[in-house]
Design a protein around this ligand. Structure first.
Ligand SMILES: [Zn+2]
Length: 309
């Protein structure tokens, strides 16, 4: 079932990141001023969205943003699309959203709710911009010495301003493992108390320092449900911009089916066979994670392959 070519929602594979251009300040500045350039505004980690008549991304042209507003933004070069058009995230902070000139009825809103409703490429662009916004918002000060940091390389580097330190900080993501655990013809699904009613998903957790991905899979499953797993296999990955995770998908096989739910991270966990999932969904007593998530991919690919694990 593993697929090396699988591309998940919130990816940005359609964009050439042109990383070699990031340190070319003159090129970056010229591209930012071009009329064809597209801007992806983010204010306080909220994306610009058009919510009527249907949800869509609020991309703007350069002339739709006043010079004064652009001057108070932090531009981050995202890359070049297939038409050689440059895309920039423009990051704003403060109590008031920026005044943006646009014909469309747009507003800043959270991506978590609207994201899955967007066209795939647009969702990937917004997720990319949001992840960069979150990284900048949490790296204004040097983690080593506490001095302010200064932005360089088109938003891809923050340098510590203390001469005695000068440490360079690069954008990062937080690796998390997410795993489909099966035992014979059943899959293990659990739910957190904070989730919407009837919602079940595969297990997941952050990778800890000093740990391999496979170790993280084994530890999380043992901690959350007391199950020992073997045959840990990589499936695929998904950038998940809430706020800056990289979800690394795995499958694993349980050595037995005894569950000991920790009651802390999960309020319930159960084994389901394919017929039980079908019946529960038909009866409206089970909801699976959203279609846009790798979690749902791990469940669906198992549902669709009765012979697989
Ligand atoms: Zn420092």
């Amino acid at each position: 079932m593993a697929s090396e070519e699988r591309r998940h929602f919130y990816g940005s594979e359609h964009l050439n990141r042109a990383a070699e251009r990031r340190s070319d300040a003159a090129w970056i500045e010229a591209r930012l001023e071009l009329a064809t350039t597209r801007l992806v505004p983010v204010w306080e980690c909220r994306n610009l969205l058009r919510l009527d008549p249907e949800p869509a991304a609020g991309f703007l042209r350069r002339d739709e943003v006043e010079d004064g507003e652009l001057a108070r933004s932090l531009p981050v070069f995202l890359g070049l699309d297939g038409d050689d058009i440059a895309w920039f995230a423009v990051l704003f902070d403060g109590d008031e959203p920026p005044a943006l000139q646009s014909d469309e009825a747009v507003r800043f809103a959270g991506l978590r709710r609207s994201g899955p409703l967007l066209e795939r490429k647009a969702a990937g662009m917004l997720a990319f911009a949001r992840a960069m916004a979150n990284w900048h918002a949490t790296n204004r000060y040097c983690g080593a010495c506490g001095a302010p940091t200064r932005v360089r390389d088109a938003g891809w580097l923050r340098c510590c301003t203390a001469p005695s330190c000068g440490r360079e900080h690069f954008p990062r993501m937080d690796p998390a493992v997410i795993m489909r655990v099966t035992y014979r013809d059943r899959i293990l699904l659990g739910r957190q108390a904070a989730w919407p009613p009837l919602w079940y998903s595969v297990l997941a957790g952050f990778v800890e320092p000093g740990e391999s991905l496979e170790d993280a899979v084994r530890r999380e499953v043992r901690e959350e449900v007391g199950v020992t797993v073997t045959r840990v296999r990589y499936d695929s990955s998904q950038p998940w911009p809430f706020p800056q995770s990289l979800m690394l998908g795995f499958s694993a096989v349980a050595v037995d089916d005894a569950i000991r739910c920790d009651g802390r991270e999960l309020e319930d966990a159960r084994w389901f066979d394919r017929a039980q999932i079908q019946a529960a969904r038909d009866a409206g007593t089970l909801r699976l994670s959203p279609k846009a998530s790798i979690s749902r991919h791990l469940i669906d690919s198992w549902l669709q392959h009765p012979d697989g694990t």
